[in-house]
Design a protein around this ligand. Structure first.
Ligand code: HEM
Length: 455
C-alpha cells in the first residue's frame, strides 16, 4: 500500500495565472507553467506568443518522439542557450551530423560494455561511503550525489592524467544550467524580449573556464596511444563516420565531451538525491530496500553482477524518476501539420512534453502523487509512452542503461551501510530550471549502521 502522505510536489495553482504572473513564476520554476488541467487531461493547447500543445497522451507522445520524429525536431529556441556549451555535439545535432556521432558513441554504452564500466561506479560508491561515514549526522545528499556522479562520468570520459579538475567542472555546469534554463522556456514560447532573461553571452562567460579545461584535456590526449580500457574521449578520437571516413575535429570532440559531462552528471545525481529523499520519507520502503541490499551485498559495495539481484532497488529508482523526472519537460517544433487525437497541430507549433505532468496524470496513474515502488513490480504493466524519464525514439537517452546501473549500484551500497532519516522542516522544494532540482538540497540525518549491519 502506498504511504498515505504524499512526498513534496510542485504547487499547482487551481486557476490559470495572468500572462505576466505566469512568466514571472516560470523564471523561478519552469513547472509553474503547468495548469491544473495538465494533470487531468491528455492534451492542453494554448497560445502565449505562439501556439503550443502540452502533450500528456501516450499514443501522441509515441507519434511525436518515434513514429513521426522527423516532423518534430528539437526546437532551435530550446537549443540556443545550450549551444555555447554543447555546440553541435550529440545532444543538439540534427540529421546526418547527429547520426554519425550517435553511431560513433554508441558502442561504449551498449549493454555488453556496461559491465566494463561498472568498476568505476563501484569505486565511486565506496568513496561516497567513506566520505559520508566520516561525518555522521545531517548532510546535504544532493551535494554528495553531484560529486559521486561527476566522479563516475569523469572517470569514464577521460584518463586520470588528463582529467578536468572537478571544481572547475562543477561550478561551471551548475551555474550554466541554471542560467541557460532561466532563459530557454521563455525563448521556446517566444516570450517578448521585454521580459528580462540571461543572454547567451552571459552563459558563454560562465562556461569559458570549463571549455578551456576541456580543450586542454583533448590536446593532451591527441596523438597518444589510447589508454586501456579506453575512456570515452579516446574512443571518440578514434571514431570515424562509416560512410565518409571522417573523424571528429578538436571542436567536435570538445562538444561531445562536454555533452557527456553535462548530460550524464546532474541527471543521475538528481535521481539518486530524490531517491534518498524518498527513502527517508517512507521508512518502511527504506527497510525493505535495505533488507534486499544487505542480503545480496553483505557489506560489499555493489558491482555489475549484483544488479540483477536488486529488483526492488530498481523499482525505487524507476518510481523516483516518475515523481521527479530529472528532465521534466522536453520541447519540439512541428515542421508539418498533424492531428493528435482530435487536436490540429499547425506547422511551427511548439510541442511541450511535460513528463512531470505525464507521470502524475490522473488519466494514467492511480494516486499519481503517492510514492509506491510496487507500480513497477511488473515493468510490462506500464505503458512505454506513459513513462518517459529518458525520452523515447531515435533521440532516447544514450546513457539510459548506464544511468540506471549507476543509480542502482550507488543506492544499494548506501542503503546497505547507512540509515537515512528526514530532518523536520528541511524538506526540499522541487524546482525546475532546466533539470528538476531539490531547492535547498536534500538534507538528511545519515547514520552508519555499524558492524551489526551485515547478514
Ligand atoms: C538518470 C539519468 C538520466 C536521465 C533521466 C536522462 C534523460 C535524458 C533525456 C530525457 C534525453 C532525451 C532528450 C531529448 O530527446 O530531447 C537524454 C538524452 C541524452 N542523454 Fe541522458 N539522461 C540520463 C543519464 C545520462 C547519462 C549517464 C549519459 C551519458 C553518460 C547521458 C547522455 C545522453 C546523451 C548523449 C543524450 C542525447 C542523445 C541523442 O540526442 O542522440 N544521459 N537523456
Amino acid at each position: 500500500m502506498p504511504n498515505k502522505r504524499t512526498p513534496v510536489a510542485v504547487p499547482i495553482p487551481e486557476k490559470p495565472r495572468r500572462f505576466l504572473n505566469a512568466v514571472r513564476a516560470m523564471q523561478e520554476n519552469a513547472l509553474a507553467l503547468l495548469p491544473r488541467i495538465a494533470f487531468t487531461q491528455p492534451i492542453v493547447s494554448g497560445h502565449v506568443v505562439r501556439r503550443f500543445h502540452m502533450v500528456m497522451d501516450p499514443p501522441s507522445l509515441r507519434r511525436i518522439l518515434k513514429d513521426k520524429a522527423e516532423n518534430y525536431p528539437k526546437s532551435e529556441e530550446a537549443q540556443a542557450m545550450l549551444r555555447p556549451a554543447l555546440g553541435n555535439g550529440l545532444f543538439l545535432a540534427e540529421g546526418a551530423h547527429w547520426r554519425w556521432q550517435r553511431r560513433a558513441a554508441m558502442p561504449i554504452f551498449a549493454p555488453r560494455n556496461l559491465t566494463a564500466l561498472t568498476p568505476v561506479m563501484t569505486e565511486a560508491a565506496e568513496e561516497t561511503s567513506r566520505r559520508i561515514a566520516a561525518r555522521p549526522g545531517p548532510q546535504d545528499m544532493y551535494g554528495e550525489m553531484l560529486r559521486t556522479a561527476f566522479d563516475v562520468i569523469a572517470a569514464v570520459s577521460m584518463s586520470s592524467d588528463t582529467a578536468i579538475p572537478r571544481e572547475v567542472a562543477h561550478k561551471a555546469i551548475d551555474r550554466y544550467l541554471e542560467t541557460a534554463g532561466r532563459a530557454s522556456l521563455l525563448d521556446i514560447l517566444r516570450v517578448p524580449a521585454f521580459v528580462p532573461r540571461p543572454s547567451r553571452a552571459v552563459a558563454k562567460v560562465i562556461i569559458s573556464d570549463l571549455i578551456k579545461a576541456t580543450d586542454a584535456a583533448i590536446e593532451a590526449r591527441m596523438g597518444r596511444e589510447p589508454a586501456d580500457p579506453p575512456p570515452l574521449l579516446d574512443l571518440l578520437i578514434g571514431a570515424s563516420d562509416p560512410e565518409t571516413g571522417r573523424t571528429m575535429t578538436a571542436g567536435e570532440l570538445r562538444d561531445n565531451l562536454l555533452t557527456f559531462l553535462v548530460a550524464g552528471h546532474e541527471t543521475t545525481a538528481l535521481t539518486l538525491s530524490w531517491a534518498l529523499y524518498l527513502m527517508a520519507f517512507d521508512e518502511e520502503v527504506q527497510e525493505k530496500a535495505r533488507a534486499e541490499a544487505q542480503a545480496v551485498l553483505g557489506d560489499r559495495a555493489a558491482g555489475a553482477d549484483d544488479v540483477a539481484g536488486l529488483p526492488y532497488i530498481r523499482q525505487i529508482v524507476l518510481e523516483t524518476m516518475r515523481l521527479y523526472p530529472p528532465v521534466a519537460i522536453l520541447s519540439r517544433t512541428a515542421t508539418e501539420p498533424d492531428m493528435l487525437r482530435e487536436r490540429e497541430v499547425k506547422r511551427g507549433d511548439v510541442m511541450l512534453l511535460p513528463f512531470y505532468a505525464l507521470h502524475r496524470n490522473e488519466c494514467i496513474w492511480d494516486e499519481p502523487n503517492a510514492f509506491d515502488p510496487d507500480r513497477f513490480a511488473d515493468p510490462k504493466s506500464v505503458d512505454r509512452y506513459a513513462y518517459l524519464p529518458f525520452g523515447a525514439g531515435p533521440r532516447v537517452c544514450l546513457g539510459m542503461d548506464f544511468g540506471m546501473q549507476e543509480a542502482i549500484i550507488v543506492l544499494a551500497t548506501l542503503l546497505a551501510r547507512f540509515r537515512f532519516t528526514a530532518i523536520p522542516g528541511r524538506d526540499p522544494e522541487p524546482v525546475m530550471i532546466l533539470s528538476l532540482r531539490p531547492k535547498g538540497g536534500v538534507w538528511l540525518d545519515v547514520q552508519p549502521l555499524g558492524e551489526t549491519a551485515g547478514p
